[in-house]
Design a binder for this molecule. Structure first.
Ligand code: IMP
Length: 502
């Protein structure tokens, strides 16, 4: 006989946090949002942690290399979308890993035989004003000089002027030897008032640059999430079909963590995928799995060996899975049940498997609610799609600036591997997502800083300065429909933001 759960499943909007006692020591500056990304044994540290509990969704309209770099700078990570060829996905990963924080591989290179016109064309293409001049014009050829905007005046010079005649030659450059640490490199930059420092190998071949502006950026981004080689940490989406071809390419490109991207994860396909990864890479390759919405789904994936488990079916802003297939569960109820199962599993086995709440975050405070309910981090699509760093262009619709945002289950993304079960025809049989616009919201950093400030303030209201403490102390209440109305501005005539009348 079918099982009936007669309690309705709830969403984040139906909950509020009740403040707890706040001691004077509990202030936002003291709050740490560090949180585990992958499973760990009791008494040990996770191999990868996040500095903020936010990751960007495995979606074409969200997680490309630009998003990945900017989010890692701010303490979270992106999962580069898997609905592209394994080669293209691996190339995106490689680009993120090449942008080593501090040591930057030169992507603007010419030879002394090139001309001023070539410099200007390259600058227009890359936006970078420092060009490495190498013997053969490649990024790791023998360094013979550099050209920066101080070396030429466009109005006074012939565009055909050879670079050899106006570059700053090697003899006049301060360079550093390969093997130098970032802090030594920064000391040289400061002592010599340089804007950039080329780092060269013994044989004179260019390795990378260290830029003064990146040092400043590191100071501005104390949450930067870096691997042991000071490269940005990045994740990659995979599916339960072509993992044997895709995973090796992503691992070779430097992906730090993988995630099986599926709309429904309580399936033997996911177990088979994890087993394949364990057989070929042991525990070295980290892989998250999901999505599930109940205790059974969680336990299945935890026992299968997933490094973290994602929760959420049908709650995504672009998602029509519930309408189309009649499966899913209110996100808050699903999360609470899964987190309880996670805690019991930890008690029993001593293995802590982080839980990610995926989809359905509308307001910033929904993130705090998810954390309080037990999530270790949240995955967001719509939220990040609105920023400069998402891969889609800005557009103006009816006078408003928007960005495009489409579901992986829409006809536009055609991510059949995320939705189709079995090994049948490789096509999307019906849509589970829509194509849409979201209001443009500016740069990631500005928005994430504001969101984080709100999370920290609420945590302090609950008397918590860490996420585990919040999970321990949180007191949550369901709210009635009328009290939701009471929660917004009501019974007043609101002024425009600038203080004027509407
Ligand atoms: P959002 O943050 O509410 O926009 O939700 C993003 C999440 O929705 C993703 O991380 C996926 O789990 C899920 N998702 C992405 N594309 C689709 C789709 O086409 N249909 C259903 N769910 C989707």
């Amino acid at each position: 006989m079918a099982i009936y759960i007669n309690e309705p499943a709830h969403t984040f909007n139906e909950y509020l946090l009740i403040p707890g006692y706040t001691p004077t020591s509990c202030v936002p500056d003291k709050v740490s949002l560090k949180t585990p990304l992958v499973k760990f044994k009791k008494g040990e540290e996770p191999e990868i942690s996040l500095n903020i509990p936010m990751v960007s969704a495995i979606m074409q309209a969200v997680s490309g290399e630009e998003m990945a770099i900017e989010l890692a700078k701010n303490g979270g990570i992106s999962f580069i979308y898997g609905s592209q060829t394994a080669e293209d996905e691996a190339a995106m990963i490689a680009k993120v890993k090449a942008k080593k924080a501090g040591f930057v591989f030169s992507d603007s290179n010419l030879s002394p035989e090139n001309t001023l016109a070539d410099i200007l064309a390259l600058k227009a293409k890359t936006g970078h004003s420092t060009v490495a001049i190498t013997e053969d014009g490649t990024s790791n050829g023998k360094l013979v000089g550099i050209v920066s905007s101080r070396d030429y005046r466009v109005s006074r010079m012939n565009p055909n002027e050879k670079i050899a005649n106006f570059m700053t030659p090697l003899a006049k450059l301060i360079t550093a030897k390969y093997g130098i640490t970032l802090s030594e490199a920064n000391d040289i930059i400061w002592e010599n008032k340089l804007n950039s420092l080329p780092v060269v190998h013994e044989d004179g071949k260019l390795h990378a640059f260290v830029f003064r502006k990146d040092y400043d950026s590191h100071k501005e981004n104390p949450n930067e999430l870096l691997d042991d080689q000071k490269r940005f940490i990045v994740g990659a989406g995979i599916n339960s079909r072509d993992y044997a071809e895709r995973v090796p390419k992503l691992v070779d490109a430097g992906a730090d963590v993988l995630c099986i991207d599926s709309s429904e994860g309580y399936s033997e396909w996911q177990k088979i995928t994890i087993e394949w990864i364990r057989k070929h890479y042991g525990d070295k390759v980290k892989v998250g799995a999901g999505n599930v919405v109940d205790r059974e789904g969680f336990l299945f994936l935890a026992k299968a060996g997933a490094d973290f488990i994602k929760v959420g079916i049908g709650g995504g802003s672009i998602c029509i899975t519930r309408e189309t297939k009649g499966i899913g569960r209110g996100q808050a109820t699903a999360l609470i049940e899964v987190c309880q199962a996670r805690d019991e599993y930890y008690e029993e086995t001593g293995i802590y498997v982080p839980v990610c709440s995926d989809g359905g975050i509308v307001y910033d405070h929904h993130i705090t609610l998810a954390l309080a309910m037990g999530a270790d981090f949240v995955m967001l699509g719509r939220y990040f799609a609105r920023f400069d760093e998402s891969p889609t262009p800005k557009r103006t619709i009816n006078g408003s600036i928007v960005k495009e945002y489409w579901g992986e289950g829409s006809n536009r993304a055609r991510n059949w591997a995320r939705y189709d079960l079995g090994v049948g025809e490789q096509k999307l049989h019906f849509e589970e997502g829509v194509d849409s616009y979201v209001p443009y919201a500016g740069p990631l950093k500005e928005n994430v800083d504001k969101t984080i400030a709100k999370i920290k303030a609420t945590m302090c209201n609950c008397g918590a300065i860490t996420i585990p403490e919040l999970q321990d102390k949180a007191k949550l209440t369901l709210v009635s429909a009328t009290s939701i109305v009471e929660g917004g501005a009501h019974d007043v005539i609101r002024k425009e933001k600038d203080g004027s009348d509407r």
